[in-house]
Ligand binder design. Structure first.
Ligand code: ATP
Length: 228
């Protein structure tokens, strides 16, 4: 479980985050939405321990955090297999094979990043993040810049991998529909200084219909919070 308690952050005179508190349970995908520049990446950097907050604390994920960034950060001189395997000391061949299968990279194990498409690099990054045994997986707009179809393919792939492993995921995005597809819970932040305005609990994946009135209402409410 991840506990974020009363986090505030300033950059000089600029107040960015104000008293942000929430938890992410094990086996839960929580999406964070908010207007551009409200401090989503700042929050993630604080949780990852890359930045110290002005106030508040983060608990529950001190030692084991996986991070998927907007860019792929694969080692260019390593193959797909090696990029995944290197995050753990002991190589678990079966788990790597399963992950490569689940992300759809079978037969590309020996390819290097320069031989992969953008989507394939994302798949490799996701496999690597799940292979590293972490308490929480942090994802900072991992599918930004991908076209609509590819983004949907990636979200389905993420859900497939997650369903087989169920781990705590904090997913930062500015795409409302992305959050509605992938998350169990959505946290909505206001503009700077950013506060946690509201959280939405989504219906279980199997019962979720993107066109349902319930999800439309959630979508509209999120839009009105973000546009305020
Ligand atoms: N290291 C830093 N030094 C000074 N200001 C910073 C620093 N990092 C972020 N900021 C400022 O903090 C605010 C929040 O930035 P952040 O990148 O966290 O927002 P975001 O919500 O992730 O934005 P976006 O959705 O556009 O990616 C911005 O005004 C930014 O200029």
């Amino acid at each position: 479980m991840l506990i974020v308690k009363d986090i505030s952050q300033n950059f000089g005179e600029l107040p960015v985050l104000k008293n942000i508190s929430f938890q992410v349970e094990d086996n839960e995908i929580v999406a964070v939405l908010g207007p551009s520049g409200c401090g989503k990446s700042t929050l993630l950097n604080i949780i990852a321990g890359l930045q110290k907050p002005k106030a508040g604390f983060v608990a529950g994920a001190d030692h084991a955090i996986s991070f998927v960034f907007q860019d792929d950060r694969l080692l260019p001189w390593r193959t797909v297999w090696q990029n995944i395997s290197l995050v753990n000391d002991q190589e678990n061949k079966e788990e790597i094979r399963n992950l490569i299968h689940d992300v759809g990279l079978e037969n590309f194990e020996q390819y290097k990043p320069c031989q992969l498409s953008g989507g394939m690099k994302k798949r490799c990054g996701i496999a690597r993040a799940f292979y590293y045994k972490s308490e929480i997986l942090l994802m900072d707009e991992p599918f930004q810049g991908l076209d609509y179809c590819l983004r949907h393919e990636m979200l389905n792939m993420l859900l497939r991998v997650w369903n087989a492993r169920k781990q705590a995921v904090l997913f930062i995005t500015h795409e409302i529909d992305e959050a509605i597809i992938v998350a169990n819970r959505i946290l909505v932040l206001s503009g700077r200084p950013s506060k946690l305005v509201k959280q939405f609990i989504l219906p279980p994946q199997g019962e979720r219909n993107a066109k349902s009135n319930q999800l439309n209402e959630i979508r509209q409410e999120i839009i009105s919070i973000i546009m305020e």
